[in-house]
Design a protein around this ligand. Structure first.
Ligand code: BT5
Length: 325
C-alpha cells in the first residue's frame, strides 16, 4: 500500500482547514469528482478510523485521526529530509526486512521505509522469531545505501539503537538503556530489538536493511510467557498508550540525524554516545558467541563496536557478536 490519491488529498485538506468545515460541494469542485465520490472517500476514511463531524449545511471537519501506520498519518508527522519519504505500509506481511530486501531489486531511494501493522514471520537474529502482534507495536525496516565496507555494518545497528533511545526519551520522557549489541531496554527489560541485514560485495555494501521492532502498546498477554520474563512494552511500563505514529516519526528523524553525523564524522561520536547509554558495561556477563561461551566483566566497546570482556585470568577477549546474559 502506497501513499497518494484523491483520498489522501481530501484528508490533507481537511487537516489543514482545522476547525473550519469544508462542504461536499467545495471538495467535489476542488478535486473534480462527484459529491458521491467525495462521500465515498469520507466513508472509506471513517472505516479506517478517522472521525469527522459532518453538518448538512456546512460540510465536514476532521475531529480525530487514528494511530495507525497509514502513509497519510506517517507523512503528516514526519520531519525528515529523506528517511521515510518513500513509504510502503502493509497491514500484514511476513517480515518488513524481507519485503525491504525485495524492494531493493527495484531502484528504491535511500531512506525507503517499510512498515507493517502485523508480521506473521517477524525475524530476530539467527533465525529466531520476533513476536509482532497487530496494531500494537512498530515493526518497520529502513533501506540505506552507505558507502562502507560490510565490516562497518555493526555501526549502523548502533545508530538505530541510539535513534530509538532518543525517540523514546523525547516522546515518553523515559530514559531507556542500550544492551550490546542490538537491544533497547526499559527498566531492565527489552522493548526493542534491531536486526541489520545487508547485501554486500567483499569490500562494499550494496544496501543495508535496518529492521526495528519496538513494543509500544503491547499488553502482557501479547508476549508469550517464555519471552515475558525478559521483555516488556512502553504501555506495560508507563501504564498508558503511546502514539505509534509520533514515535515512528521521531525514530526516523533521530535515525536520519545520526546517519548524517556518521557520514560526516565517522563512527567515533556514535560509539562514544552509545557507550554512555549502555547497560552492559561494567557488568558481569556471560556471552554466547557462536559455539564459544565467554565469561567475565564487560569492560569496553572498541572502534569496531565489539565488546571487550575482561576474563578472570586478567586477559581481555573480544566478542564481535553474541547474546549477553
Ligand atoms: C532481535 O533479535 O532483537 C531483532 C528483532 C528485530 C525485529 C524487527 S521487526 C521489523 C523487522 N522485520 C523483521 O522481521 N525483524 C525486524 P534477537 O536479539 O535475536 O532477539 C530475538 C529474541 O527476542 C527471541 O528469540 C525472543 O526470545 C525475544 N523476542 C521475540 N519477540 C520479542 C518481542 N516482541 N519483544 C521482546 N523480545 C522478543
Amino acid at each position: 500500500m502506497r501513499k497518494g490519491g484523491t483520498e489522501e488529498e481530501i484528508l490533507s485538506l481537511l487537516r489543514t482547514s482545522g476547525e473550519k468545515y469544508l462542504s461536499g460541494e467545495a471538495l467535489s469542485k476542488k478535486f473534480k469528482v462527484s459529491r458521491t465520490a467525495i462521500w465515498k472517500h469520507i466513508h472509506s476514511l471513517i472505516d479506517q478510523g478517522y472521525v469527522f463531524e459532518s453538518h448538512t449545511n456546512l460540510g465536514y471537519r476532521l475531529l480525530t485521526a487514528p494511530d495507525l501506520l497509514l502513509p497519510a498519518e506517517i507523512e503528516h508527522a514526519l520531519s525528515t529530509k529523506y528517511i521515510g519519504r518513500e513509504l510502503y505500509c502493509f497491514n500484514e506481511i511476513g517480515s518488513t526486512n524481507d519485503m525491504a530486501a525485495r524492494l531493493t531489486e527495484k531502484e528504491v531511494p535511500e531512506g525507503t521505509v517499510v512498515t507493517a501493522e502485523k508480521q506473521t514471520a517477524g525475524k530476530g537474529r539467527l533465525g529466531r522469531t520476533w513476536i509482532s502482534p497487530e496494531k500494537t507495536g512498530l515493526w518497520f525496516s529502513v533501506i540505506l545505501r552507505p558507502k562502507i565496507s560490510p565490516y562497518h555494518s555493526p555501526k549502523l545497528t548502533f545508530i538505530a539503537g541510539l535513534a530509538v533511545h532518543d525517540a523514546v526519551k523525547k516522546v515518553t520522557g523515559e530514559d531507556p538503556e542500550l544492551k550490546w549489541p542490538n537491544d533497547v531496554l526499559l527498566n531492565g527489560k527489552k522493548i526493542c530489538g534491531i536486526l541489520t541485514e545487508m547485501k554486500a560485495e567483499m569490500d562494499a555494501v550494496n544496501y543495508l536493511i535496518i529492521g526495528i521492532g519496538i513494543n509500544v502498546n503491547l499488553s502482557k498477554n501479547d508476549l508469550p510467557e517464555s519471552v515475558r520474563a525478559r521483555a516488556t512494552s512502553l504501555k506495560i511500563e508507563l501504564q498508558k498508550e503511546v502514539s505509534r505514529v509520533k514515535l515512528l516519526a521521531e525514530v526516523l528523524k533521530c535515525l536520519e540525524e545520526y546517519y548524517d553525523l556518521f557520514k560526516q564524522e565517522g563512527p567515533e561520536p556514535i560509539i562514544r554516545k552509545w557507550k554512555r547509554k549502555c547497560a552492559t558495561l561494567g557488568k558481569k556477563v556471560r556471552i554466547q558467541s557462536g559455539s564459544e561461551v565467554i565469561e567475565g566483566v564487560a569492560e569496553d566497546i572498541d572502534a569496531d563496536c565489539s565488546l571487550l570482556i575482561r576474563l578472570a585470568d586478567g586477559t581481555v577477549k573480544k566478542a564481535v557478536t553474541g547474546d549477553v546474559n
